[in-house]
Write a protein of this length. Structure first.
Length: 269
């Protein structure tokens, strides 16, 4: 999943991904509260390493992913990296790099639960969509508002993944209208399993993880893998479209405006 969003990197020195295991349940926490848990490259690398460690630990039966601070799951990524892009080929490379971060999470053989307080935007939506189940606070919002912020795009794999989980209508609202969709709408379409008050979230996450941990692990693993293979089958190559967008003047203007805290002017080139 593409991780671009609307949150710049702040307080990067305190950015970390915490990992612990209790009673066979892994707890992964995105801790970058100063930037609403925006993900740095080091945080993405740490997430990948944690997932590989979990995959190699048979005693872990479920993983819970959550943002620290109680106000945001993950609000996006470090945008400054895009200032070094010089052509559309950089976009192709970036998409491949993102795949390397998220593939271990998608391919985990155990059930995964995203516990979402507040924003799940850009990289946050990507991480949440990589998980098997999502519970959220009533006021949570979800989206990829790149048509308003950076002027980049998603790869074919990313778009297909979102469509399979959200439906074409919601994906068009996110990508073409740059809307942030409220939790109530995504609960109704099944993207969210349940919504809760902030006070209920810990107990709800624990209850769901406990239930998942009591069920047949081989069945869960094989079922997940089968679903993912079906979703990824017959995926078209759209690298030419990614190159067009990342190589555009609009993308460069969007990144510069974002980092300057101004509104971009789109020229369509």
């Amino acid at each position: 999943m593409n991780t671009s969003s609307q949150t710049p990197s702040l307080g990067a020195k305190t950015a970390q991904v915490l990992f612990s295991v209790q009673n066979g349940i892994a707890h992964i926490t995105f801790d970058h509260v100063a930037a609403r848990n925006a993900m740095t490259a080091a945080m993405y690398e740490r997430l990948r390493d944690i997932c590989l460690e979990i995959q190699a630990t048979p005693s872990i039966r479920v993983a819970i992913l959550r943002g620290a601070g109680g106000k945001s799951f993950v609000s996006g990524s470090d945008i400054a990296q895009f200032t070094a892009f010089t052509s559309g080929e950089d976009g192709i490379r970036y998409e491949a790099e993102i795949d390397s971060y998220f593939s271990p999470l998608i391919n985990l053989g155990i059930p995964t639960v995203a516990v979402i307080d507040g924003l799940a935007v850009g990289g946050g939506l990507a991480i949440a969509t990589c998980c098997d189940f999502r519970i959220a606070t009533h006021d949570a919002r979800f989206g990829v508002p790149i048509a308003r912020t950076l002027g980049n795009c998603l790869s074919a794999g990313n778009v297909a993944w979102l469509i399979n989980h959200l439906g074409v209508g919601f994906v068009k609202r996110m990508l073409l209208l740059a809307e942030l969709i409220p939790a109530s709408e995504l609960l109704a379409n099944g993207f969210l399993l349940k919504t809760h008050s902030p006070e209920e979230m810990d107990a709800a996450a624990s209850a769901l993880a406990t239930k998942l941990s009591t069920l047949a692990p081989v069945t869960q693993k094989v079922s997940k893998a089968t679903i993912h293979r079906v979703l990824r089958s017959q995926l078209p190559n759209c690298d030419d479209l990614v190159k067009e967008c990342y190589g555009s003047s609009d993308f460069k203007a969007g990144v510069n405006a974002f980092l300057a805290g101004t509104s971009p002017t789109w020229i369509g080139k």
